[in-house]
Design a protein around this ligand. Sequence first.
Ligand SMILES: *[C@@H]1O[C@H](CO)[C@@H](O)[C@H](O)[C@H]1NC(C)=O
Length: 500
Amino acid sequence: MKATILSLGLALLLIRQGAALIKCIQGDGSDLTAKDCASEEAALCYQPKFTEYTGLAAGDYGCGTCTAAGKTKDTDCTECTGNDGNACNTPVAAGADFMCHNYTINEDSTAFTKTATATCKRLAATVVKCNMPGSVFDNTFTVANSGCGPCDSAAKAANKCAECDSAECNTMPSPIKCIQGDGSDMTAKNCLPAQGEAAPTKCSQAKFLEYTGLAAGQNYACGACAANSGATCQDCDGNTDAACNTKIETAESFKCYDYEVKEEKLIKKETSVTCQRLKDTAIKCNMPGTAADTTYSVANSGCGPCDSATKAANKCAECDSAECNTMPSPIKCIQGDGSDMTAKDCLPAQGEAAPTKCSQAKFLEYTGLAAGQNYACGACAANSGATCQDCDGKSDAACNTKIETAESFKCYDYEVKEEKLVKKETSVTCQRLKDTAIKCNMPGTAADKTYSVKNNGCGPCVEADKTSKKCADCDKGECNSAFAVTAFVLPLLAAFYSLL
Ligand SMILES: *[C@@H]1O[C@H](CO)[C@@H](O)[C@H](O)[C@H]1NC(C)=O
């Protein structure tokens, strides 16, 4: 029994001695030759752990376990199974070092700032990669491995981390600059993303509404205009060196008149309104056109041009200087049969231009007013010149006033009777204008039965008839009763006297 135990123990010893001592690299790594381990107990070699992007942990190479060497396995130390040929704990093959930028959150947790540049270690087969804070801002984010290597996959998926493929490639895009606030400070400031949000790419500001001015309730700001704020907000593509939401350049404001309906008429308001305009916008005011009725309302309170359709329809008229949009006041005319002689405004008929003339019955000297023509707004109808006269209307008084006449008078008419021109029995009434002298005409000494008395005897001779003595005239009522005496005897008497 004893012999059996002894021989078994001997056999075990012989086996162990037959396995021989293992070899490991030993020491700080400056000597990489494989050396026999001192103890036959040692079956493992250990070495400092290489961590990707961080590099080699501190520590020595040696025989045995990490624990026995005072290290933590797989944290700063790795083990391998030794053999008596060559050392298993050979240094890992490293690639060339590269550099990446490191980032840290600033003191008030509003932005990441670049700190030092870190040296990145890698294995021979590992590609160059750097990482940095991504487009979505998270103030609790820390760059992986001081900026060396790839992103953590969850942070990358959430766009909180971004990565790139060359040394020092991880420079974060600079924030855009925008003017921010109510405009009291017009300096461009960096636009930092809000927590959990992407960095702004646009700047916004109050919209300038031509002729009205800046929309209210909209500050200068980072970021695009809010949805459905297009009427009051405008935005622009941000850039990193200057704000794009700069002050909108305007030219001096000007004034125009607004209009309102009063007593069924479009009337200019008493005080003018102030119109705002952009730098290159011309001064323009608009007003109701000649065809505007009371349903028309002026554009932009009178500021700026007409809408093209209403302009074409003459419902809107425009002009080019401040306060120029005073609608011409309507002209006044006497209107009707003359029973009411007050001057009244002439309003344009629907769809028509405002009248510029007044009309009335024509006064025919010695005959009187033409029949069938009232006092009216507007010019005489075409081809009515024999019975109608018109005048240029004015806004303060009617021009078609009552035609002033002097008292009528009477003259005799003549007719041919028994081959002779003879005076008619009863005289006719002659009408005359205020400054027209009384005059009657009758056949002259040279008149024969073919001559016909002018205007029924009212008024003077036609000049040619007078010269040829076919007509004679006189200047009292019913004076044309004895042409032989006045036209023939008087010159005869004169000649007679001259002989005395
Ligand atoms: C990188 O930045 C982080 C955060 O500030 C810091 O803790 C770390 O030490 C830095 N790394 C290097 C290599 O400087």
